[in-house]
Design a protein around this ligand. Structure first.
Ligand SMILES: [Zn+2]
Length: 61
């Protein structure tokens, strides 16, 4: 299972506190609130729909 968040209907893999694997910033300061932490959902790789995220994830591991 991987930490993910959904952005524009695509499921991205979260890389660190600020970025997902494809470089999108998921942790904007203005939305960094309790409710947004719930957007981080652990999902299996088969449910990741962002191709750049999947590709980078595989390259780095
Ligand atoms: Zn992505």
């Amino acid at each position: 299972m991987y930490p993910t968040f959904t952005f524009y209907s695509k499921v991205h893999i979260i890389k660190n506190q600020r970025y997902c694997e494809c470089g999108i910033i998921h942790n904007y300061r203005r939305i960094f609130e309790k409710k947004d932490l719930k957007q981080v959902i652990f999902k299996p790789m088969t449910e990741i729909t962002c191709t750049p995220c999947k590709d980078k994830f595989k390259l780095e591991r």
